[in-house]
Design a protein around this ligand. Structure first.
Ligand SMILES: N[C@@H](CCC(=O)N[C@@H](CS)C(=O)NCC(=O)O)C(=O)O
Length: 228
């Protein structure tokens, strides 16, 4: 098999799965057992020295970093992102990197705060990271026409939908009352559109994400593995 996705339910790998499904690209999956911390083990690190999920095995070797995997897939399989010669490419790229380089790292700061700061600082760190995340979401929302084509859902839509899911659920013990998808109406429309795709139904059943994984997320009930 040309593409093997190393995944855990409700992890960043879900964005890659959506892309593979939407592009009708054949793939297999390998569960990374997060309960056993398999992402830190030698076998997984041989594929991805960062020890983070996802990794996609390809004919060119393993690729890690969600954004890199998504662009690699889109460049080879078309219709998931404006092509290199398209006049829409530059605008879409700038917001795609806003998703992968600004919003995703801020989400990591919210979810994995204990790896960045001492325990005493955690509530403040979460609050400040969430403020930055909300500002970044507002910018993304206002520029939706530059990165999302309602007639051609693709990797930027999938990335945005995932980033509108996780802050509603994680971390479980944080005060997440600041997060309300209705604050970002354009992002809410993107989330609803992604939810309407057959690719999303495949994701929902593979990872137990429920009926409304992006517009009204619930904690996953996956058939295999665990989200954390
Ligand atoms: N920059 C990385 C971030 C990936 C990431 O944060 N993955 C999380 C799951 S969503 C992970 O592997 N967490 C397990 C850990 O930190 O040990 C990427 O885009 O691939």
């Amino acid at each position: 098999m040309d593409h093997v996705l190393h995944y855990a339910p409700d992890n960043a790998s879900l964005i890659v799965r959506l892309t593979l499904e939407q592009g009708q690209i054949p793939y297999e999956t390998r569960l990374v057992d997060r309960r056993a911390k398999a992402q830190r083990g030698a076998a997984y690190r041989a594929l991805n020295p960062k020890g983070l999920i996802p990794t996609l095995e390809t004919p060119e070797g393993p690729i890690f970093e969600t954004g890199a995997i998504l662009l690699w897939l889109a460049d080879r399989h078309g219709e998931l992102f404006p092509a290199p010669a398209s006049p829409a490419r530059g605008k879409a790229l700038k917001w795609f990197f806003h998703l992968s380089n600004t919003m995703h790292p801020l989400a990591r700061m919210m979810f994995y705060g204990e790896t960045y700061v001492d325990a005493a600082c955690l509530p403040d760190f979460y609050r400040r990271s969430a403020e930055h995340f909300a500002q970044a979401a507002t910018l993304l929302d206002g520029a939706v026409a530059e990165w999302s084509d309602p007639d051609a859902p693709g990797i930027a839509d999938f990335y945005a939908a995932a980033l509108m899911r996780w802050p509603a659920l994680y971390p479980r013990d944080a005060d997440r009352s600041w997060f309300d998808l209705a604050r970002w109406p354009a992002l809410a429309r993107v989330a609803a559109r992604v939810e309407g795709l057959p690719a999303c139904r495949a994701l929902q059943s593979a990872e137990g994400l429920g009926d409304t994984p992006f517009t009204a997320p619930r904690y996953p009930d996956p058939p295999e593995g665990s989200a954390l």
